[in-house]
Design a protein around this ligand. Sequence first.
Ligand code: FE
Length: 298
Amino acid sequence: MDTATASVSTPRAVERLVQGQATSDGAGVRLVRLLTQDLQRRLDPFLMLDAFGTDNPGDYIGGFPDHPHRGFETVTYMLQGRMRHRDSAGNEGLLVPGSVQWMTAGRGVIHSEMPEQEDGAMEGFQLWLNLPGRRKMTAPWYRDVAPDEIPEWHGPGVTARVIAGHAQGVAGAVQREDTEPLYLDLHLQPGARFAQPLPAAHNAFAYVYRGSLAAAGTEVRRGRMAIFANPRADFTVGAAAAPQPDGVALQAGPEGARAILVAGRPLREPIAQYGPFVMNTQQELVQAVEDFHAGRLA
Ligand code: FE
């Protein structure tokens, strides 16, 4: 259990720094894909992380017109700007700065995500969280989480917005049993420290979107995603053995830092993806495409 004094004695090392790939999606929305398909096994249960951030309306004005999803969950977190969501289940919501939209696509939804502004900044993230095979065809589910519905933990120089999971004794806005996702937005003053204990098997990464921070001696600058090393599976307790890493410890650089910290329990199931459909087998993907074309996702 987390407590108000949760600490980490041996932090996980940074295994790899990722710069991401500039790309566009939807109707020409420019974004950086940080969690790309080649990292899906390594960062299981997470399938994708996109960061978008621009002051130029031409980079976002096309939005994401109607498109389908099946087999996983999408988590959209807005930092700046306003986006309107509509889906085939009849849900509609407005994403505002500091809000989250959590959508379980399950057996299928068709939705659109369109900017509700013609100028100004648009910034945020979209994370894809996998569902276990036995839940991929569950009924679609959707929740808009308003900014004041996201619990916060405050420590010396630290604000942690707890979107999902638990941090420092604070329960986040959303909990998921299958993958126990942790999703934190951390605001750190210059030099401030934040520690997050993590189970050894859980995969974890952080993305720095302002300033810089250090993790176990590695500097992570703005625009970089750090993948944290998991403790070795063959670790055995012994007098000569080094202590096992028990979590992630971060310290902000001289400008402070803002970062998202994400972790979760891997599903260790086959991952088959075709665009917006993520299933376990090729056959299930073929079925998803057939169902979409036959109008069975709406
Ligand atoms: Fe979508």
